[in-house]
Ligand binder design. Structure first.
Ligand SMILES: Cc1ncc(COP(=O)(O)O)c(C=O)c1O
Length: 419
């Protein structure tokens, strides 16, 4: 239902060529491309506002207003309760260290935390750092055959001493979507907080923090069509309870120092871009979200339409990759479980280092990442660290079937040694 022609026209960078080949951006999990309206919003901020907050003159007043609108946009994006639950910041990692340090101040020796092998280090290291407070950190393993979490192990580690479960919504390396709602429910039964890293999931599906009963969540807006800015969501009572590090006169908690106003203006525009895509779907998903209206409904509609578009596109990619001789796919590949995976492929090809493949493909205009993407524990667990990790091919909604087909042919030629 997405109008790809009109969508692609909104992303100026998609017109790029490399060695006379059209550029193909399969690097979304590292950061997506930006629609024109986000660029315009950043430029407009510089031209029309560009000021610090809480002054008595128009540029400052407009900045104050824009910041509240941007908070409200994130509230709608996540279906949070109010702008008191949103804090902008540098990126997900910085937010996570700020939250983990604050939680660290509340810990007693013997308290326990849970992290996972599947997660990006940004949702692991900040929690492991709390061992200095005497906390014990359990790291939950995966089932290596499909890179899903070992839920039995996770449950076995939960007890009355568990204070935090840090879990990814989806893996940035192999795309596994975790059963976040189930984890939150189980963690709440023992009184633990759950901190969800939604960085990789955000461009691929609707998020509803209230439905999940999520305590804390962090995102980076450059992964969903906006600027390099981070967002923290927290239930208001959780954010208020945590002893945040902040300078004395500052009011907002977990927003440290002067913010990246131009980036926040762009973040507001990124949410608006998605909401507009949703608006254009009309009432297509109204039945699925009877409790939502206005921009909240448009955003959930948009992300549902994106999900419906990306899944068959990913299946087409998977079908093609599996035809390439020797190629090994990592993660969930069962066709009836593709809802447990974002459209992010991870693969290796015997006889080639992942970097050799991405370098060859890069010359032909295909932008792919390789390595561990800071999901280091996962790549180590799969025994791929020494050999350079995996090749990652990430689809987002501006990618097309034609790009997928062209990429498969080019990849096959590289693997056959005919590059
Ligand atoms: C799943 C996931 N979590 C966390 C991060 C860290 O994000 P940032 O570098 O914006 O803090 C990334 C970045 O790639 C990621 O993919």
């Amino acid at each position: 239902m997405l109008d790809l022609d009109s969508i692609r026209k909104q992303f100026p960078s998609l017109e790029r060529t490399v060695n006379n080949h059209p550029a193909v951006f399969f690097d979304g999990p590292g950061g997506t491309q930006i629609p024109r309206q986000v660029m315009d919003a950043v430029a407009h901020y510089y031209m029309a506002m560009n000021c610090n907050i809480e002054g008595t003159f128009v540029t400052s007043e407009d900045t104050d207003r824009m910041l509240i609108e941007a908070d409200q946009a994130m509230v709608d994006f996540l279906n949070a309760r109010s702008i008191d639950e949103i804090a902008f910041g540098l990126n997900m990692t910085t937010h996570t260290y700020n939250v983990s340090r604050a939680i660290g101040k509340t810990l007693q020796p013997g308290d326990e935390l849970v992290v996972t092998v599947l997660d990006h280090e940004a949702n692991v290291s900040p929690w492991q750092a709390l061992e200095e407070h005497g906390a014990k950190v359990h790291c939950i393993d995966i089932h290596p055959e499909d890179c899903t979490l070992d839920m039995e192990e996770l449950e076995s580690k939960l007890n009355s001493r568990t204070k935090v479960v840090a879990i990814g919504y989806a893996s940035n390396a192999v795309g596994t979507v975790n059963p976040v709602g189930e984890v939150i429910e189980k963690a709440h039964q023992v009184g633990a907080l759950v901190y969800v890293d939604a960085v990789h999931y955000a461009p691929h599906g609707p998020i509803d923090v209230q439905a999940l009963d999520c305590d804390l969540m962090a995102l980076s807006v450059y992964k969903f069509f906006g600027p390099h800015v981070g967002v923290l969501y927290g239930k208001q009572e959780v954010l208020e309870r945590l002893p945040a590090y902040k300078i004395r006169p500052a009011k907002p908690r977990f927003e440290i120092g002067t913010q990246n106003h131009e980036g926040i203006a762009g973040s507001l525009a990124a949410v608006e871009y998605l909401a507009e895509l949703g608006r254009r779907q009309g009432g297509a998903y109204r039945d699925r979200y009877p409790q939502l209206e206005g921009r909240r409904l448009h955003l959930k509609t948009c992300l549902s339409a994106i999900e419906s578009y990306e899944r068959p596109l990913f299946q087409r990619l998977l079908d093609g990759l599996e035809q390439i001789k020797g190629l090994k796919m990592w993660g969930v590949t069962d066709r009836d479980r593709l809802h447990c995976r974002t459209p992010t492929a991870a693969f290796t090809v015997p006889g080639f280092s992942p970097r050799e493949i991405t370098a060859e493909m890069g010359k032909k205009g295909f932008f792919l990442w390789e390595g561990d993407f800071y999901a280091q524990a996962l790549i180590e667990r799969l025994g791929l660290y020494e050999s350079g990790g995996v090749v990652r091919l990430g689809l987002v909604h501006y990618n097309t079937a034609e790009e997928v087909d062209r990429c498969l042919s080019a990849l096959e030629a590289v693997v056959r040694g005919q590059a």
